[in-house]
Design a protein around this ligand. Structure first.
Ligand code: C2E
Ligand code: MG
Ligand code: MG
Length: 704
């Protein structure tokens, strides 16, 4: 059975392999050799047959001649005995006796055949034996010589085919044996060659399988060949190659799809999971949730920890997050981790994400996000520290909130940013967030262009000494002057500039313009103090002091004329760092003001430790002096406190003379507001300085 299967498998539908070709060639060679042998035998028999017929004819003729001579017979006496003996051998066709004149005297025949007249004639003429072949009959003509005289010719005709068949008959057993041998030997040879070449086919099949597997993204499997020859060696080498390739493939896969620090799927892998989910999404009636978690505390910790400790912390955090997700999965989705499990990934630094497939409704997904966030936010112990991760989450429903992975992640991040802004722990994405983000994006693009074109300008609002009405300084306020001369207020672009980090460049432009102008006014004889607002982001940059010093030097402006305004919250967030920024600048003479005082949560202790020169009362208290019954008391308290700390006070947003009078009476030294003038471009402000215009009237009224 196996034999026939092997034999028949030589004729497959697909292209013929090398092993099969070898087998077929072997079979063809053997068959060919057998045919050549048979043909050779036939040729030999043919040649031998003719020769034998010749020799037999000669012997027969000689015997008759001998008989005639020994009996001393005349031709006419040749009788049946002689003729009989002439047919004693089956191949003999006929025997002819001719006399010396060439006349036929006697004839005995089995088969009639044309007389070889020419040969007979030659025998008579030469008195020697002659042979010839006519129509398949070999003729031998021998002269009959009696007493030295040729009395005639005996001609023996032997049918060549008869001689051949007699030979072939003798050879028949040999042929039969050969045929039987071939019938057995050829298939045997085929199978033997095939068996020897089989490993080659196995190797080729294995190579095919590997190619297919590689296309499918995996290469595993071994080939077993135990022939002890080159095939086994080749198989061994192939096995080693595939093992090494598989190992490499796994390594590459890990590098591409696994986060090395946490061993969680990375961003790329998460994208693929989302793709797969969205692909099969149509078949499942339920939606999935994509939740992005931001661990703000982790970010700050990672910034301060060394490499090893950071990795260890990350592993601990990843474990914690994974544990939290598993628990919430079981509670909210009633899912065991095996059936449609959530996929947790680390997207980047302190950002993790979960794809939780199949939710009944949005509420369930929200519950998942909230519970996961608060589970992650539970305090935990790490290296004798009690850590909370300050986690917030943004969630989207897939495919409703995005039909591709990037949109889903982006929208979840928008929801996360909104959660952070609103101080929530988790928020769902809404289309308005997308609109906001799009307009922020456009704004950012426009701002970059505006920075290149120098559209951010400093406008100057006068700062007045309330007692005299003299301009003692100015606050430089940023304005975005668009090419069509429309002016965008900082309330619109400062938050966006802070979010995108562009505030540093905007602040830089304003400070430069403020310093160059202040230096020019000082040279003109108006050495006023210019206050510049500093954003928290600028203040966090360790290179900020040297940057300010460079601007002062470039503008040739006395440091004493520069005042930097920072908000309370910036200072209170990290007083040590604030000191590092303030000290080198203060040492040069730069003054510092606390802006919008009263809005934040200043601690009196920190405030007294920090070397501020000026305190600016937020405009809401000034505006509320009449309407808000607490405002006057607050303003008075601030003024008293400033006096204790030996700080100057500037009241912001003075719009009414009444309020100015109140502030003056309570000992507030300086003020600014629309009552004295709104912010204006440098040329106009310079003009104002030159005119020395002050609201003298109001002071007089107050004094009166
Ligand atoms: P701020 O530093 O408290 O500036 C005072 C704001 O009050 C200015 O608004 C000013 O135009 C406005 N103002 C002045 N007098 C009155 C008044 O009598 N009544 C009312 N209602 N408002 C008055 P502006 O120019 O829109 O600036 C808003 C805020 O933007 C500033 O508040 C400051 O925090 C920020 N800002 C402005 N320029 C810059 C800058 O160059 N860099 C940074 N980082 N922030 C800036
Ligand atoms: Mg200010
Ligand atoms: Mg202010």
């Amino acid at each position: 059975m196996g034999f026939w299967r092997q034999f028949l498998s030589l004729f497959p539908g697909r292209p013929i392999s090398l092993a099969r070709r070898a087998t077929l060639y072997a079979a063809a060679l053997m068959g060919g050799m057998a045919i050549v042998c048979v043909l050779a035998i036939f040729a030999t028999v043919l040649v031998m047959g003719t020769e034998s017929a010749r020799r037999a004819g000669a012997a027969q003729a000689a015997e008759i001649v001998q008989k005639v001579a020994s009996h001393d017979l005349s031709l006419s006496e040749i009788g049946p005995t002689e003729l009989q003996s002439a047919y004693s051998w089956r191949p003999i066709h006929q025997t002819l006796f001719h006399d010396a004149s060439g006349r036929l005297v006697a004839r005995g025949y089995v088969v009639d055949a044309p007389t070889p007249t020419e040969t007979i004639r030659r025998a008579l003429d030469t008195a020697a034996m002659q042979t010839s072949v006519h129509g398949g009959v070999v003729w031998t003509a021998a002269p009959l010589t009696v007493g030295g005289q040729t009395i005639g010719v005996v001609s023996v005709g032997i049918a060549r085919w008869r001689v051949l068949t007699s030979y072939l008959a003798a050879l028949l057993p040999l042929f039969a044996a050969s045929l039987a041998f071939m019938l057995v030997a050829i298939p045997l040879a085929v199978v033997a060659v095939r068996r020897r070449a089989q490993p080659l086919e196995t190797l080729a099949d294995f190579a095919d399988k590997m190619t297919q597997q590689r296309a499918a993204g995996a290469t595993n499997g071994r080939i077993e060949i135990r022939t002890g020859d080159e095939f086994e060696k080749l198989a061994g080498a192939l096995n080693e190659m595939t093992t090494r390739q598989e190992k490499l493939r796994r390594q590459i896969h890990r590098l591409a799809y696994v986060d090395p620090a946490t061993q969680l799927p990375n961003h790329e892998r998460f994208r693929r999971e989302l793709y797969d989910f969205l692909d099969r999404g149509d078949s499942t009636a339920r939606n999935g949730a994509v939740i992005v978690f931001d661990l703000d505390r982790l970010r700050r910790l990672l910034e301060t920890l060394g490499h090893e400790a950071a990795d260890e912390l990350l592993r601990a955090v990843a474990e914690r997050v994974a544990h939290a997700i598993k628990r919430v999965d079981r509670l909210v989705r009633m899912q065991d981790s095996v059936e449609r499990p959530s996929v947790l990934a680390r997207l980047r630094g302190h950002e993790f994400a979960v794809l939780a497939p199949s939710f009944a409704n949005d509420e369930e997904a929200m519950r998942f996000a909230q519970m996961a966030t608060s589970a992650i936010n539970q305090a935990f112990d790490w290296r004798e520290l009690k850590l909370t991760l300050d986690c917030a989450a943004g969630a989207v429903v897939a495919p409703r909130d995005g039909r591709d992975p990037d949109t889903l992640t982006r929208n979840a991040r928008l929801a996360l940013a909104s959660a952070r802004q609103q101080g929530n722990c988790a928020r769902f994405f809404t289309s308005s967030m997308d609109r906001d983000a799009t307009s922020r994006f456009t704004l950012e693009k426009d701002m970059r262009l505006a920075l290149e074109r120098g559209e951010f300008r400093a406008y100057f609002q006068p700062k007045i000494e309330l007692a005299t009405g003299r301009i003692v300084g100015a606050e430089a306020l940023a304005r975005w002057v668009r090419p069509d001369r429309t002016i965008v207020s900082p309330g619109v672009f400062v938050p966006a500039a802070e979010e995108t980090g562009l505030i540093a460049q905007v602040g830089d432009a304003v400070m430069r313009e403020a310093c160059w102008n202040a230096a020019a006014w000082a040279r003109e004889g108006f050495p006023i103090q210019v206050a510049v607002n500093v954003s928290p982001l600028q203040f966090r940059d360790e290179r900020f002091p040297e940057h300010v010093i460079r601007i002062l030097e470039e503008a040739a402006m006395p440091a004493l004329c520069l005042e930097l305004e920072v908000t309370e919250s910036v200072v209170m967030e990290n007083p040590e760092q604030a000191m590092r920024m303030i000290e080198p600048l203060r040492a040069r003479g730069v003054r510092f003001a606390i802006d919008d005082f009263g809005c934040g949560h200043s601690s009196l202790a920190s405030l007294s430790r920090l070397p501020f020169d000026v305190l600016k009362i937020d405009q809401q208290f000034v505006a509320g002096l009449e309407s808000d019954r607490h405002a006057p008391a607050i303003v008075e308290t601030i003024l008293a406190m400033a006096a204790t700390l030996d700080m100057n006070v500037v009241a912001e947003g003075i719009e009414r003379e009444k309020d100015a009078a109140f502030l003056r009476r309570r000992g507030c030294g300086y003020g600014q507001g629309f009552l004295y003038g709104a912010a204006e471009p440098a040329p106009e402000f310079g003009e104002r300085l030159r005119r020395g215009r002050t609201p003298a009237l109001s002071i007089e009224a107050d004094v009166a």
